[in-house]
Design a protein around this ligand. Structure first.
Ligand SMILES: *Cc1c(COP(=O)(O)O)cnc(C)c1O
Ligand SMILES: [Zn+2]
Length: 432
């Protein structure tokens, strides 16, 4: 025990858990709510020590993963659980940019994040590293799908026991994407908010490490790496505008914290960055609070194909609204039909197949451009957070079909001719 504390003192800059509302400070244990005011707890750091010990060079000399930013993350271990998570491509968009009329569009592509193809691998890598440090042997989560995949996979890698909870009506790819790692998988007959409530009770009675409940302050810090990486990949600069999806709102607020920390310790120059957020109309409590200029979230019952971001009572929603407002950004929602169009648009213009959350984000990006809320010359980064192969149901019936042919040249030629005729007809219809 004393040794663990010494290691922490020697190498880590995280100091305490601090209430976001009243500022009360707590030991670095597994807890997430303030005992005085019930506000959420957040990890605080010693920035003056970071300023002295971290440089662009020291980061670049680190691993080619999110752990190059280890000093900004709440882990004491020199050997965090590193399964190659992070350092996903930041793609300079050509064809999508042209289609939308933007000159400086970048796509942060976490559809190819390791190991389970969503940004959740970042938060889980931090949460499980911290869970191990705190002595947990069983880890768990309340998930909309991707989180269960990440927790099950990374727990398997780390040799931790794992029991994950999902709503029973998830996409087949999300269910299979957990089961393959052999966790205990609880499919709860109810929506995410009901799953979450059940998990809070289990966390109290079983002493497990729930990555997004009692370990939430550590877990959520992992999302800062989506801010750090973009700043580094832009050549140690901040963008002018970011667009990201919102479920609980955590990711959005942590990209903001990440940018600010890099400014605070002198790694990038400070400048205004607009923060815009994306929700599905069928679950848009944060967008509604933004639109109505409210300082509270009115919970909703989710009904959308964008299940991965369908949280009706978002824990960090109000902080997301605050950030969008004070940075001059916006929070918008789009219909399920627009989400499908968004998935197809990104695939056809950039060769990136994203899931429903990414379709939501692209559709909101388009909406913001059309409303004049993104200047064509702003350096804009759109965050793609998950992979389309996990939500295939969403696009069934909205994409083409293969041309089945005989293994003969004339069969091929005939089919090719028919498909070209069809294409011409479709074009004529478009032109009419
Ligand atoms: C969980 C999730 C989000 C948003 O997460 P929050 O931090 O809860 O806002 C976005 N995209 C995908 C694909 C997700 O799985
Ligand atoms: Zn408090």
């Amino acid at each position: 025990m004393t040794q663990a504390i010494d290691i922490q003192k020697a190498t880590a800059a995280f100091k305490a858990l601090k209430c976001k509302e009243c500022g009360a400070e707590y030991e670095l244990k597994a807890s997430h709510v303030c005992e005085f005011c019930f506000g959420p707890l957040e990890v605080s750091y010693d920035y003056s020590s970071l300023r002295q010990t971290v440089t662009r060079e020291s980061i670049q000399a680190g691993p080619n993963s999110m752990w190059r930013y280890r000093k900004f993350l709440p882990v004491a271990s020199e050997n965090p659980i590193d399964v190659g998570t992070g350092m996903t491509p930041l793609v300079r968009s050509q064809r999508l940019a042209r289609r939308l009329g933007l000159n400086q569009l970048y796509i942060k592509n976490d559809a190819v994040n390791m190991p389970t193809l969503s940004f959740k691998d970042r938060v889980v890598s931090v949460a499980l590293t911290r869970a191990r440090e705190l002595g947990f042997t069983t880890v768990s989560c309340a998930s909309t799908g991707n989180l269960a995949n990440s927790t099950a996979a990374i727990a398997a890698h780390a040799g931790l026991d794992c029991c994950v909870f999902i709503p029973a009506d998830l996409e087949a790819g999300k269910v299979l994407g957990s089961l393959i790692y052999s966790p205990t998988l609880m499919a709860v007959k109810g929506n995410y908010d009901q799953v979450n409530r059940l998990c809070s009770e289990v966390a109290n009675t079983h002493g497990w490490g729930f990555v997004n409940i009692n370990l939430r302050p550590y877990y959520s810090e992992g999302s800062k790496t989506l801010g750090f990486e973009v700043a580094e990949q832009l050549g140690w600069q901040l963008p002018d505008h970011i667009v990201a999806p919102l479920a609980s709102g955590s990711l959005f607020t942590k990209i903001y914290k990440g940018f600010n920390e890099f400014v605070e310790v002198g790694l990038v120059e400070g400048k205004p960055v607009k923060f815009s957020g994306a929700q599905a109309e069928g679950c848009s409590p944060i967008a509604q609070a933004f639109k109505e200029d409210r300082d509270f979230i009115q919970p909703v019952k989710p009904n959308t194909i964008a299940k991965s971001i369908a949280i009706g009572n978002p824990a960090d929603g109000i902080y997301a609204v605050e950030i969008a407002k004070k940075t001059g950004g916006s929070i918008e929602s789009v219909t399920d039909a627009e989400i499908i169009e968004g998935i197809k648009l990104l695939a056809e213009t950039e060769g990136i197949f994203t899931e429903t959350a990414g379709g939501t984000t692209i559709a909101v990006l388009k909406k913001l451009v059309e409303a004049g809320k993104i200047d064509p010359d702003e350096t804009t980064v759109v965050y793609i957070t998950g992979n389309g192969l996990k939500t295939q149901e969403a696009v069934h019936g909205y994409i083409g079909e293969p041309l089945t042919i005989e293994a003969k040249l004339d069969s091929f030629e005939g089919a090719l001719e028919r498909s070209r005729t069809l294409e011409r007809l479709e074009w004529q219809q478009v032109l009419v």
